[in-house]
Design a protein around this ligand. Structure first.
Ligand code: SF4
Length: 232
């Protein structure tokens, strides 16, 4: 039962509690992007980074467990600057226009993607390879939520994983196969867990394209027919 201080507030927590969980207990709000409360945390985006007295680098609150005597600052100038930089880098490389959880953070932290205007944008194909959902990795932030939910966190289908290295890292399937040639069971959980518009139900996409609800059924059928002809 370690006792620590978060933003000047003392708290004693059960062993194994993360800094993110402990901060919520004392009403210190830490922003998150890749973290999802029902999925394994991986500390990938680092937006939840906080300062711990005596630590050389900032700690990702979602994967750092509380320890006796820690003194944690969740809103220091350094922490806020780090979040601003991370968010600006994300916005400069990925299309976040359909990311309802991230757009408010860009505004709150005044994250300006133009400071990285000379940076390279991530450009990926849009995959329309199954009857249920689209994959637009131009909007993907590599948060790994879809991979986790498809794997041991929920579905145990293991249809998705990381592909590539460094800047070219992206979500992919085994051997780049279309979704119908993977172990995907089309449960839709990856679509539900995606914090951006990268994974989108096909019906939603068609409604956004201007089809009315009555037309969606026939448009979906026509598109699926076209796709199956193209893969024959
Ligand atoms: S597709 Fe969505 S859930 Fe999967 S890694 Fe990209 S942003 Fe995250």
């Amino acid at each position: 039962m370690p006792t620590l201080t978060i933003d000047g507030k003392s708290i004693t927590v059960p062993e194994g509690t993360t800094l993110l969980q402990a901060a919520a207990m004392v009403d210190s709000e830490i922003p998150v992007v890749c973290y999802h409360p029902h999925l394994t945390a991986n500390g990938l985006c680092r937006v939840c980074s906080v300062e711990v007295d005596g630590w050389r680098v900032q700690a990702a609150a979602c994967v750092t467990t509380c320890a006796e005597g820690m003194n944690v600052n969740t809103q220091s100038t350094g922490v806020r600057l780090a979040r601003q930089t991370i968010l600006a880098m994300l916005a400069s490389t990925v299309d976040l226009s359909q990311s309802p959880e991230i757009l408010p953070l860009l505004a709150e932290y005044k994250a300006d993607p133009t400071v990285f205007a000379d940076g390279k944008r991530r450009e990926n194909p849009i995959y329309d390879d199954n009857p249920f959902y689209l994959r637009d990795y131009n909007q993907c932030i590599n948060c790994w939520r879809c991979v986790q939910v498809c794997a041991e966190d929920a579905q145990f289908a293991f249809a998705l994983n990381f592909d590539g290295r460094g800047f070219e890292t992206r979500i992919g399937t085994f051997a780049g196969n279309g979704m119908t040639d993977t172990t995907c069971v089309f449960c839709g959980q990856c679509v539900g867990a995606c914090p951006t518009g990268a994974l989108k139900p096909k019906r939603q996409a068609l409604l956004e394209e201007g089809y009315n609800p009555d037309e969606v059924y026939f448009a979906t059928r026509a598109k699926n027919k076209r796709n199956s002809k193209n893969t024959d």
